[in-house]
Design a protein around this ligand. Structure first.
Ligand code: KIV
Ligand code: NA
Length: 260
């Protein structure tokens, strides 16, 4: 997989992206033939135990990008730029994006539109592909005031369409649309010539992305409307670990076949 191939998939074949934060998960996604692995800053919520993506640092992200690369040597990996790794200055944004590429990423993703045109243009000019992220942007949680569906109000919709076009002109190779009302996500998808990848944005995006933990149901307390649980990993894992506990307690593990 590479950037031109992803762009060419628009209108022909749906693009599938999922998050991974560690080597064994990356291996599963690669073996399943997932088109793009995203090391999302949702690392914060799903793995590090934070209640948002705001506390996630470059240092934390780099550890997990390297782990994902080690688990999936052939995969196309996108690294999410965490809060404050690119908003302070263009220079710092370039330096941090470069660290992700050196750690094994094939591209970076950052939240926002026109306000990051200069940075995105520079990144692309020095060889760092960029994926955009519009609609609900979790790093702006405190400004927006909560998890909100985007694009309902006319001004919001107009701004979204403009930002998507600006990002396309700046040279991003695809755009994540998060929690955008379906008909607006459809309009954005029809307006731009690069792929849109939706999460909670309905049926008409060029691709779909889900968080690994939501796909497998690893977090029993989080079940967003837009996600689909394909298994109940929390229940399955709880059962396995409980069985291990019971078998040690009642002396059925280890058995004859486990001894040296
Ligand atoms: O961090 C993340 O997992 C993401 C996806 C939801 C697109 O940005
Ligand atoms: Na993210």
């Amino acid at each position: 997989m590479n950037v031109p191939k992803i762009v060419k998939m628009k209108g022909k074949e749906k693009i599938v992206m999922a998050t991974a934060y560690d080597a064994p998960t990356a291996r599963i996604l690669q073996d399943a033939g997932i088109d793009i692995i995203l090391v999302g800053d949702s690392l914060g919520n799903n793995v590090l135990g934070y209640d948002s993506t705001i506390p996630v640092t470059m240092e934390e992200m780099l550890i997990h990008v390297k782990a994902v690369r080690r688990g999936a040597d052939n995969a196309f990996i996108v690294a999410d730029m965490p809060f404050l790794s690119y908003g302070v200055s263009v220079e710092e944004g370039i330096k941090n994006a470069g660290l992700f590429m050196k750690a094994g990423a094939n591209a970076v993703k950052l939240e926002g539109g026109r306000e990051f045109s200069e940075l995105i243009g520079k990144l692309i000019s020095i060889g760092i592909p960029v994926m955009g992220h519009l609609g609900f942007t979790p790093q702006s949680l405190n400004v927006v005031g909560g998890y909100k569906v985007r694009g309902k109000a006319t001004e919001e919709k107009e701004r979204l369409l403009e930002d998507a076009s600006i990002l396309e002109e700046t040279g991003v190779f695809s755009i994540v649309l998060e929690m955008v009302i379906e008909n607006v996500a459809k309009e954005v998808t029809e307006t731009i010539s690069i792929p849109t990848i939706g999460i909670g944005s309905g049926r008409y995006c060029d691709g779909q992305v889900l968080v690994f933990h939501d796909i497998v149901g690893l977090n029993p307390d989080f079940k967003p409307k837009f996600a689909k649980r394909y298994m109940n990993a929390y229940e399955e894992m709880l059962k396995a670990v409980s069985q291990f506990k019971d078998e040690v307690k009642n002396r059925t593990f280890p058995a004859e076949e486990h001894k040296f």
